[in-house]
Design a binder for this molecule. Structure first.
Ligand code: WTA
Length: 635
């Protein structure tokens, strides 16, 4: 018996899931044969979740770009691979065919080679959402270099941390980044970072905004000039299945962001398989994922997933509210988008901008709507389904993580039933379970900690340079299982509903922010002694950042101090981590052993002053009274 690659009915889903549990190796062996391999694998899976060590398709060799590009040339050479829609509405959009994309990726790969980049080298990308970002990502993969994309909203300091952690040898950037009405001086940020990055010998700069930027002779090169001087043929480097494909930094509950490592074979199989089944794209469909390529969603569902399936992927350089809050609907109408995939925070902000705005646009092309990144509330779900999808379109709420590489829980197009605000059922091959605090598996209808009990091809392999951190973060809490850090409920039909993070990670507009990271940044301000950061419910962003800050002397100019603290966070991490609320306090609620009682701070931040629970174990219960009274609070 074999399983179809693309499932088309509920019965096929049930059978595929059953088989993936009963005989996972045979199941994935079948799925993987849908790709082109230089050398077939000799073993499907070897695994140990305790170490952890996971190997998929061992002995196999491939290059993911051959699967994304070369494989389609004979049948889809003239098909559009990428539609690019610019930030500014009057800027013409671009259509890039598979053949053109192949040639451009080969050229860029040759530029990288010319600058000494070899298989296994790390390349940092800090760029706007322009085609040359997608091309550069694929160019790295073409020659076996490991890409590390850093979101353009991060500061020079964050860039330094990421470049140094993985010892990148080259940075690819642009003169500037235009997002909405704002300009991010990307090259200037890179210039600011590089004196602290001894491993970088070369900066490749793409012309995007035409801003004048200084170029350092010998180190900085314009990509557009370099491309003219190289060949459009570049053989793909054969990669072992378990060779790293990319590193992507993400925040956790402790310390600095960690570099999640994904490998060539397993990531390819799962990114492709999940794309095909969740979004159910037909051959001539246009698929649009609004994420930034700086996040995992952009990696898996703007670049790799769609291209592995020969789909047309729309890439958008702007934001939902520029020039106004109808931009998404305009783009859907203009490019006749069939599948639209965005974040609940965008849905909520567009809903707030005017309930009936989508109705002004004809969007008959839409077949499917997706969400990702954070829980979607029922009100937003219904608005999306009714106002955007006109009740005709399936809505898939896709739950997954940087570490999972691809979608784990979701509806599959319209072949599985939908439940508002539920991520739904596991994809074939995925064994999501709930456990209690002690790690006992909960059965049937239950609420608990969400774990995954068996490897899937795109499970995180390690955290770059620190395998122990990977073990401790994901595999040590419940030995033998992958722990997601999320809490979830399962109903009587087996549908999952994600509650949210149960660790010290805040989800702000779908972006993961570690509370410890923000605290460390705030503490860099010279007047700050200590701080504690928690999340609180925010109507648009899902969660906001609330900081309790202790200073070493009383400053009366609280407003100025607040601005300085925010500027410090922006400098150390970037704008995405700026606190929404800062409360200056003289002490923090601590236990006698010195541990901050975040539970109490969370309640204060949520405004639930009367639900603080037992405070008798605190070192100084008086602190709580002061915090409650909101002294020094300037929101
Ligand atoms: C949250 C993004 C509810 C969750 C792909 C997870 C979600 C974290 C959903 C991962 C969803 C993601 N419903 N919560 N559909 N999707 N999350 O690594 O808390 O940026 O652990 O990956 O986002 O965020 P990351």
């Amino acid at each position: 018996m074999s399983t179809p690659y693309r499932l088309k009915t509920w019965d096929e889903y049930v059978a595929a899931h059953r088989r993936s549990i009963d005989d996972p190796e045979a199941f994935w062996d079948d799925v993987a044969t849908n790709y082109s391999w230089r050398k077939p694998w000799t073993s499907v899976l070897e695994w140990d979740f305790v170490k952890p060590e996971v190997k998929w398709f061992g002995g196999g060799q491939l290059n993911i770009t051959e699967n994304c590009l070369d494989r389609h040339l004979a049948t889809r050479g003239d098909k559009t691979a990428i539609i690019w829609e610019a930030n500014d509405i009057d800027h013409p959009s671009k259509h890039i065919t598979y053949r053109e994309l192949h040639a451009q990726v080969c050229r860029m790969a040759n530029v990288l080679k010319k600058h000494g980049v070899k298989k296994g080298d790390r390349v940092c990308l800090y760029m706007p959402m322009v085609p040359s970002l997608a091309i550069s990502v694929l160019a790295c993969a073409r020659i076996g270099a490991i890409h590390s994309v850093v979101f353009g909203g991060f500061s020079a300091n964050s860039l330094v941390d990421r470049i140094n952690d993985s010892q990148c040898s080259v940075v690819i950037t642009s003169d500037g980044i235009r997002r909405g009405a704002k300009n991010i001086p990307a090259k200037t940020v890179v210039d600011e970072a590089l004196p602290s990055c001894p491993t970088i010998g070369c900066v490749l700069v793409s012309k995007c905004t035409d801003d004048a930027v200084p170029m350092q002779a010998g180190r900085d090169h314009w990509i557009e000039d370099e491309l003219k001087a190289v060949d459009a043929i570049c053989p793909a480097e054969p990669m072992d299945s378990e060779d790293p494909l990319f590193i992507l930094y993400t925040s956790g509950s402790t310390g600095k962001p960690k570099g999640v490592v994904h490998t060539c074979g397993g990531y390819m199989v799962y990114a492709g398989y999940s794309f095909a089944n969740v979004f159910q794209c037909e051959e001539n469909d246009v698929f649009w994922c609004t994420a930034d390529i700086g996040w995992i969603t952009g990696h898996s569902y703007i670049i790799y997933g769609p291209l592995l399936n020969g789909a047309t992927s729309l890439m958008f350089a702007g934001i939902p509210t520029y020039p106004d809050a109808t931009r998404f609907w305009q783009v859907i109408e203009k490019h006749k988008v069939n599948q639209f995939y965005t974040a609940p925070t965008a849905i909520r902000s567009l809903m707030a901008a005017g309930h009936d705005l989508p109705s002004r646009f004809a969007m008959p092309s839409l077949k499917l709507l997706g969400t990702v990144g954070e829980p979607i509330n029922e009100e937003a779900w219904h608005w999306y389904h009714e106002q955007v999808g006109k009740k005709r379109c399936a809505v898939v709420d896709t739950w997954w993580q940087t570490e999972t590489g691809g979608i784990m829980l979701s509806g599959l197009g319209d072949i599985t039933p939908m439940k508002p605000a539920h991520a739904g059922l596991p994809l074939p091959g995925i064994r999501t379970i709930l456990v209690d605090q002690q790690g006992n598996e909960l059965h049937g209808e239950a609420e608990g900690y969400l774990c995954i009990d068996f490897p899937w091809p795109s499970v995180i392999r390690t955290t770059w340079g620190d395998h122990e951190r990977c073990r401790l973060n994901y595999f040590a809490q419940y030995p033998g299982r992958y722990f997601t850090g999320d809490g979830a409920k399962r109903d009587a039909d087996g549908f999952f509903r994600i509650i949210g993070r149960v660790d010290d990670v805040i989800n702000v507009s779908g972006h993961r922010i570690g509370t410890a990271e923000v605290e460390n940044a705030i503490d860099e301000h010279p007047d700050v002694v200590e701080s504690a950061v928690v999340g609180y419910p925010h109507d648009i962003k899902g969660q906001g950042i609330y900081a309790f800050v202790i200073c070493d002397h009383v400053r009366t100019d609280k407003d100025a101090l607040r601005k300085e603290v925010i500027a410090t966070v922006e400098r150390i991490i970037g704008k995405i981590a700026r606190p929404d609320k800062i409360q200056f306090v003289s002490g923090l609620p601590k236990t006698r052993s010195g541990k901050i009682m975040r539970r109490i701070l969370r309640k204060v931040a949520e405004g639930e002053m009367n639900a603080l629970g037992d405070t008798s174990t605190l070192l100084d219960p008086g602190v709580v009274e002061e915090i409650k009274a909101g002294k020094g609070m300037i929101a």
